[in-house]
Design a protein around this ligand. Structure first.
Ligand SMILES: C[S@@+](CC[C@H](N)C(=O)[O-])C[C@H]1O[C@@H](n2cnc3c(N)ncnc32)[C@H](O)[C@@H]1O
Length: 297
């Protein structure tokens, strides 16, 4: 059965699935068996792969503790998560607008309180999904204190709970290794049988587009350089790897930052419509690049 992301995530790759899906290494009828996604976010590619293949082992990781808590709760206690989401949904949907707004801000404060106390469990997981479905643009963004700060979105009938999807994900992730921390934690898992998809934070195309604060820690150019070394390391190990990022050439023809970093590999440039500022006004077709260590250029 098909599964899909349970949250909307900045930089989510649903729109790039046709292009990335073309690169899945399942040639000659040999299907993908081991899959690693070290910057999993909302997991658009993960869920596409889980829908298409019966994997023997899966490794996912993200630096965002609250997000990884949701994956872990889906894996270990999906029934309690569904119950908690039902309760939030029923209270929210049965109320009128002023109460809905108040309820949202109350739950946002509670989520941040749990975050401050590092109390991660079913409540935090349900709140993250609830807030993601009822906040403006369905995004996850934190302020300097690390507090989730996206405002309320007055959607009429937000779909807070997709019970079937959560149950099916729980089955498919039953044996997955779910890690929280730096992407390099995937080093041990990755071997010559692994397909790895890297989707790091975008290199900002300009100063104002760097709003994607998934966590307090940013991702600088030197982090991008270090990641390219890690990409070379997994290539040495014999893994098949694909990496995507924003294409700086879309803004500045002379910016060859990624062309230099990944000069040894195939680089494709593809168009993607994505939101490039927090107000959601500037949606446009920007170019993305996809690096592949096993594709013919
Ligand atoms: C572009 S998003 C991934 C989006 C994902 N492909 C999707 O479809 O939703 C990048 C992710 O990297 C995570 N991240 C940032 N720095 C990281 C690091 N050093 N190690 C692991 N994950 C990191 C962020 O929390 C964010 O979820």
């Amino acid at each position: 059965m098909e599964v899909k992301p349970f949250v909307k995530w900045a930089g989510g790759k649903s729109q790039l699935l046709p292009q990335i899906g073309n690169l899945y290494p399942d040639e000659l009828g040999r299907s993908i068996q081991k899959y690693a996604e070290p910057f999993v976010g909302g997991g658009a590619v993960l869920f596409d792969i889980l829908s298409k293949y019966n994997l023997e082992s899966v490794f996912i990781n993200d630096v965002n503790k609250e997000l990884i808590n949701v994956y872990r709760i889906v894996q270990s206690d999906s029934e309690s998560l569904i119950d908690a989401l039902k309760e939030l949904r029923n209270r929210f949907l049965s109320a009128d607008e002023p109460f809905r707004k108040e309820f949202f801000y109350e739950k946002r404060a509670r989520f941040n309180e749990l975050k401050d106390q590092s109390e991660l469990g079913v409540e935090s997981a349900a709140l993250l999904i609830f807030l993601n479905k009822t906040c403006f643009n369905g995004l996850y963004r934190v302020n300097g204190k690390g507090h989730f700060n996206v405002p309320f979105n007055n959607a009429k009938n937000p779909s807070v709970l997709d019970e079937k999807n959560i149950k099916e994900i729980a089955k498919k992730l039953q044996n997955a290794i779910i890690c929280c921390g730096d992407y390099k934690k995937s080093a041990e898992f990755i071997d010559d049988k692994t397909f790895v998809y890297f989707d790091p934070p975008y290199r900002p195309l300009n100063r104002t587009s760097s709003f994607t604060a998934y966590s307090q820690e940013g991702f600088s150019d030197s982090d991008q350089i270090e990641l390219s070394r890690f990409f070379a390391f997994v290539t040495e190990k014999g893994a098949k790897a694909v990496l995507s990022n924003s294409d700086p050439k879309g803004q500045n023809e002379d910016d060859l930052f990624f062309d230099h970093l990944y000069s040894r590999y195939s680089i494709q440039r593809v168009g993607a419509t994505r939101m490039i500022n927090s107000k959601g006004e500037k949606r446009g077709s920007v170019s993305e690049l996809i690096v592949c260590n096993f594709c013919k250029s």
